[in-house]
Design a protein around this ligand. Structure first.
Ligand code: BEZ
Length: 379
């Protein structure tokens, strides 16, 4: 009996010291590659700030490049769950890929923290106790931009985006905010993800002459779109708006073309709070580049995981208790403190920002403490 008891104690101790396995499913190639890198760096920076441990446990990382390809998503997520046996999934950027991850997370009960992808349904009809998001829903910044565009007196807008969940939901959110404010969206233009052959669509905008254009693009696709819009001369008569992804992490490459652009997002480059200043300084020192919204979302994913693990003293098997603590977390984010809605999506301020040089400068708060409607969420 004594031997058996010792064995059990030894086993418990071994489990207690075993690392927490974090599975990153992020894009390492393609138009969103840079976004994936910023998320991973942000996440690791928080863990490193805790001495490389969360709730006393080491953290071991596993990685797959999801290529922002929904067709490969189920196989990729299963590599992390079945092959690597991760404790928690962290991913991803692309809404279509995240939808597949959320489906598998629901089926297997694996803890999933989404550090970007905004697919509305994930914290709507697909909401679940084990699925959390530290970024935004596609509706949030889009609805705010619609409201701002209407307040700026625009009456007729056109939209342009990639034809996939994030683009379509972003356009829908903008339309809701804009039409509520008295505007009308006259036409929605799309092209397949991740195409960047914008010319024919820009010609349509030129001929239809709306008062304003709303565009959802991100990463490499956003860089090219903003440059092409200006090269076509459209910015001289038709202001271009978007959710902040259109100009976040892209300004170095967009240069002159992005100057003066207004966007809405839950982060900006010069919030100038002690919290954000410390974060930006540390990030720049660690990674030799300026932090952006993606870095913040990754950092906050690690913060949220840390809250859950602390609540159970690192014993990840106490899942209900851990998830309950995550649900109630108040995250001291560089963006400003946020809490999570009942559907596990951030309730957060959406800033109005304007591009000045290499910064998305905050101009004010477009909507305070904005919660996603979480349509269809039943926990
Ligand atoms: C998305 O697919 O949800 C997404 C991708 C890049 C930036 C923002 C949202």
């Amino acid at each position: 009996m004594a031997v058996a008891a010792l064995g059990a104690a030894g086993q418990a101790a071994a489990q207690g010291n075993a690392p927490i396995k974090v599975g990153f499913m992020l894009p390492a190639t393609g138009t969103f590659a840079n976004l994936g890198e910023m998320i991973e760096n942000g996440f690791k920076m928080h863990v490193n700030e805790q001495g490389g441990k969360l709730a006393g446990r080491d953290v071991q990382y596993f990685k797959v490049d999801d290529e922002s390809d929904p067709a490969k998503a189920t196989d990729n997520v299963n590599k992390l769950i079945k092959r690597d046996q991760v404790d928690v999934l962290v991913g991803t950027v692309h809404s279509g890929v995240a939808l597949a991850m959320a489906k598998v997370a629901r089926e297997t009960g694996t803890l999933l923290i989404i550090p970007n992808a905004g697919a509305d349904v994930i914290t709507g009809a697909m909401c679940a106790k084990n699925i959390f998001r530290t970024s935004f829903s596609n509706w949030q910044p889009a609805f705010a931009m619609g409201k701002v565009a209407a307040e700026r007196g625009h009456k007729r807008a056109m939209t342009i985006t990639w034809n996939y969940a994030a683009g379509n939901e972003s356009v829908k959110g903008f339309t809701e905010g804009f039409e509520k404010g008295g505007g009308k969206v006259s036409d929605n233009l799309t092209l397949p993800f991740p195409n960047v052959e914008y010319q024919a669509l820009l010609t349509q905008i030129a001929s239809q002459k709306p008062d304003a254009v709303y565009a959802f693009f991100a990463g490499g696709g956003a860089v090219k779109f903003v440059k092409d819009y200006v090269a076509a001369g459209l910015n001289k008569t038709i202001p271009l708006y978007g959710p902040g992804f259109l100009t976040d992490g892209t300004l170095e490459a967009q240069g002159e073309a992005a100057q003066g652009m207004l966007t809405t997002l839950h982060y900006a480059d010069n919030l100038n709070t002690p919290r954000d200043n410390a974060f930006r300084l540390a990030f720049a020192k660690n990674y030799k580049t300026n932090a952006d919204v993606y870095a913040v979302q990754g950092y906050d994913a690690a913060q949220l995981l840390a809250v859950g693990l602390k609540a159970v003293n690192g014993d990840i098997s106490k899942r209900d208790q851990m998830q309950e603590a995550m649900r109630k977390a108040k995250i001291d984010s560089p963006r400003g403190t946020f809490s999570l809605s009942a559907a596990h999506n951030p309730v957060q301020d959406i800033y109005l920002r304007q591009v000045n040089g290499k910064n998305n400068e905050v101009k004010g708060v477009a909507i305070k403490s904005l919660a996603d409607p979480a349509r269809g969420c039943k926990m």
